[in-house]
Design a binder for this molecule. Structure first.
Ligand code: NAD
Length: 260
């Protein structure tokens, strides 16, 4: 399946991985809706894509807000003719030992990842099914969809949950030609990870260099961060895969940090 002329909505696309997937999609001829809770960031990404000859719109959308999600998905389908691809990417990280985790912070992490995946998927499927041309839904999982790390209980629980949800979407979506897969990156140097380096140095009483070498990249085969390009190429591969042979899967892109 060629991606040229297709349309995609990407959540959390104002920064990091979402931004990089949006740019890669636009470079493959996909019309992209750049959505983010941070409108300015979304606008800047859309502007950059449009100035390079791509087609992008921008919208403020908090993935935990049912009305904003429904409105953004409907608007995207109307403006671009249909919605072919959803990338459920928006995410946050909050780090505490379980005994210090407040219920409100736990709920915040779980809401952005799981409520966000559910609300955006429901809206996308409601748009894709009547169109009758199928679709692809991609989720950003993590190596933490498969393994755990100390102090990341809410994130680990939510990211494991994404895999279960994606399998349910694969089961229900198949008869409509809707596929769902999860991309599970290792550590990628984005603002989400840059913030964790000093936080973990303080929590574990070690240097920032040791956080990177001895915690984040210790289990990789080559001591390398996963790059934005590694993740974007995987998204292009999965979005353009032509059949239901590849659905309900999690693809780990982590320099060997986690191996199935
Ligand atoms: P990032 O912080 O660079 O970008 C996340 C974006 O999501 C931001 O633009 C932010 O404004 C937006 N966002 C946050 N809450 C939102 C909400 N409620 N509604 C809409 N947008 C919201 O982070 P990133 O590293 O690019 O992470 C993107 C995804 O990739 C996340 O799901 C993250 O868990 C996952 N991931 C990241 C890494 C990594 O190492 N960076 C590794 C594995 C998985």
């Amino acid at each position: 399946m060629t991606l040229k002329g297709k349309s995609a909505l990407i959540t959390g696309a104002g920064s990091g991985i979402g931004k990089s997937i949006a740019q890669a999609f636009a470079g493959s001829g996909v019309q992209v809706a750049i959505t983010d809770v941070n409108l300015q960031a979304a606008q800047a990404v859309a502007q950059q894509i449009n100035s390079c000859g791509g087609v992008a719109s921008s919208m403020q959308m908090d993935v935990t807000d049912e009305d904003q999600v429904n409105t953004a998905v409907e608007r995207t389908a109307r403006e671009f003719g249909a919605l072919d691809v959803l990338v459920s990417n928006a995410g946050i990280q909050i780090i505490h030992p379980i005994v210090d985790f407040s219920l409100s912070e736990w709920r915040k992490v779980v809401a952005v990842h799981l409520d966000g995946a559910f609300l955006t998927t429901r809206a996308a499927m409601r748009s894709m099914i009547p169109c009758g041309r199928g679709g692809t839904i991609l989720y950003l999982g993590s190596i933490h969809s498969h393994i755990a790390s100390p102090n990341k209980s809410a994130y680990v629980a939510a990211k494991h949950g994404i895999i279960g949800f994606a399998k349910a979407v694969a089961k229900e979506g198949a008869k409509y030609g809707i596929r769902s897969n999860v991309i599970c990156p290792g550590f990628v140097l984005t603002p989400l990870v840059e913030k964790q380096i000093p936080e973990q140095a303080q929590q574990f009483g070690i240097t920032e260099e040791d956080v990177v070498k001895k915690i984040m990249l210790r289990e990789t085969v080559d001591g390398e961060f996963t790059s934005l390009e590694d993740v974007a190429s995987t998204a292009i591969f999965l979005a353009s895969f032509p059949s239901n042979a590849l659905t309900g899967q999690s693809i780990v892109v982590s320099h060997g940090h986690f191996m199935h």
